[in-house]
Write a protein that binds this ligand. Structure first.
Ligand code: ATP
Length: 467
């Protein structure tokens, strides 16, 4: 039996059993497998080492939670790996830690062979806990995320130097976590033993609360672990909102890491100053590096993301199917992938080529409807009906208020909802000059900020246009 293989399989099983990331990373993930041997009773023993005395003590107690969960997990693991369940006992010994020299910022390449443990096998996560698919080369860069993409690459190339912290913010499912983990994956690809840690804000809260509950030693271990990272990535910092004690610990962690010129990357759904209940000192700290926004991808980007995914998975999805999905799903990339996966599933299980009709029926069951193309004549028609005037009034020259407002609203929406240029819009509105279009749209923009009734009207028309 291979000790690393067996331990990895046991660890996977324990991961679901041991509550809390902190407990798991301290008491399970930090152990290094050394050998498999037989004791005097001929029982198979998996020998493991730890550099933390209290962790070894916990394992040496055969009534401990970890010991008791280990034995059944080992049975399952050996059954899966070798076809036969085997009774295996853990033997955890304490070894004094050797000082580890880190050469962060990264300057050299350290190769990590398959299955080999990082040389500083500490409680730090390694490549395995990052999503290996979240890389720069699998991320489609477009206008909506280009800034975030470029800064993330700069941070990955030179962590802890210029953009510290890097904060990536934007709506749900737009690729913030992907970009953040791409930094982690790039750093670990260059230096496998870099102390890289990716956590959600919830993990941080749970780990800290658990450490406090366990007492001073665990709290010390928590601080040691978090504060000595080379690259700390924290997802969704908006969840720090209103949690004073946690914010204080986060503040101290933040300071300890940046003081050493190590790197912090954060994601949030909004700018720090817009997070309610976030202490001013954190707002200032979070904003001191670089804040990059990600917004919703437009249609060509959505097509590119799907094309990319289809190619990566070696699938041959027809272009019209991809266009159909991309046009219908404009909420976020996670939804886009969700529909894509359904389509792929359908292809695999029904063994039939996928057509636009199948894609449509999947989209319908998932409540996505293809938006119809919005053109100037459609806008003119809907605006005219909404205000009870005629399309020729809108395209004519009458200057009374009842007609001028609908005309200007229609021009404004044509500018907002179509790709047509100012001269094209002017021509479509009865041959008007492009300056008239510009003046009308600016006028509506200005009134919208002051007139709530008009704002509601415009919103209602937008919704009718999307029906
Ligand atoms: N530009 C992109 N190119 C390729 N894949 C993308 C892109 N943007 C997002 N994705 C994919 O969309 C999914 C959702 O992205 P991710 O989890 O990073 O979103 P998020 O912004 O962190 O969302 P949340 O705020 O909900 O945590 C992931 O599978 C990610 O790989």
């Amino acid at each position: 039996m291979d000790p690393i293989q067996v331990w990895n399989a046991i660890k996977d099983l324990l991961h679901d059993d041991v509550i809390g990331e902190f407990a798991f990373s301290t008491y399970v993930d930090s152990l290094t497998p050394v050998a498999i041997s037989a004791d005097e009773n001929n029982t198979t023993v998996l020998q493991l080492t730890t550099s933390q005395e209290e962790v070894a003590k916990e394992w040496q107690n055969s009534n401990s939670l970890y010991y008791s969960k280990f034995v059944p997990a080992a049975m399952t693991a050996t059954l899966t790996l070798y076809g036969q369940p085997q009774f295996v006992k853990p033997l955890v010994t304490y070894t004094k830690p050797q000082p580890v020299k880190t050469d962060f910022p990264i300057t050299q390449t350290v190769e990590q062979g398959e299955g080999e443990l990082p040389t500083n096998a500490s409680t730090f996560i390694t490549k395995a806990t990052l999503n290996p698919e979240f890389r720069f080369d699998t991320f489609v860069s477009s206008d909506e995320n280009r800034e975030a993409y470029s800064v993330a690459q700069a941070v990955a190339d030179n962590p802890g130097t210029q953009w510290n912290p890097l904060l990536i913010y934007g709506g749900v499912g737009l690729g913030k976590t992907h970009l953040m983990q791409a930094i982690g994956n790039a750093v670990l690809a260059r230096q496998a033993n870099a102390k890289v840690k990716f956590i959600t804000t919830e993990d941080f809260i749970n780990d800290f609360t658990e450490a406090l509950r366990r007492g001073p030693k665990a709290t010390e271990a928590f601080k040691r672990e978090y504060r000595s990272t080379d690259l700390l990535m924290v997802d969704d910092v908006q969840f720090l909102s209103g949690k004073e004690k946690i914010q204080e610990e986060f503040f101290n962690t933040f300071n300890a890491i940046t003081r050493e010129n190590n790197q912090i990357v954060l994601t949030s759904d909004k700018l720090p100053k817009e997070i309610p209940g976030l202490e001013m000192r954190l707002v200032t700290r979070f904003g001191q590096g670089y804040s990059a926004n990600i917004t919703k991808p437009d249609l060509p980007t959505r097509v590119a993301i799907l094309r990319n995914k289809s190619d990566q998975e070696g699938l041959n999805i027809p272009n019209d199917v991809i266009d159909e999905i991309a046009a219908a799903v404009d909420t976020n990339v996670r939804d886009l992938e969700g529909v894509f996966n359904q389509v792929v599933g359908k292809m695999r299980f029904s063994n039939a080529p996928i057509t636009v009709d199948t894609a449509r029926s999947i989209l319908e069951t998932m409540n996505f409807k293809r938006q119809r193309a919005i053109t100037i004549p459609i806008i003119q028609d809907i605006v005219a009906r909404y205000y009870d005037v005629t399309v020729s009034d809108i395209n004519g020259k009458k200057r009374n208020k009842e007609i001028v407002v609908p005309r200007q609203v229609a021009m404004y929406l044509a500018r907002e909802m179509t790709q047509d240029s100012l001269p094209q819009i002017g021509r479509a509105f009865g041959g008007k000059d492009h300056t008239t279009v510009m003046h009308s749209t600016e006028k509506i923009e200005k009134i919208l900020g002051e007139d709530i009734t008009l704002e509601h009207q415009v919103q209602e028309i937008r919704e009718r246009l999307k029906e």
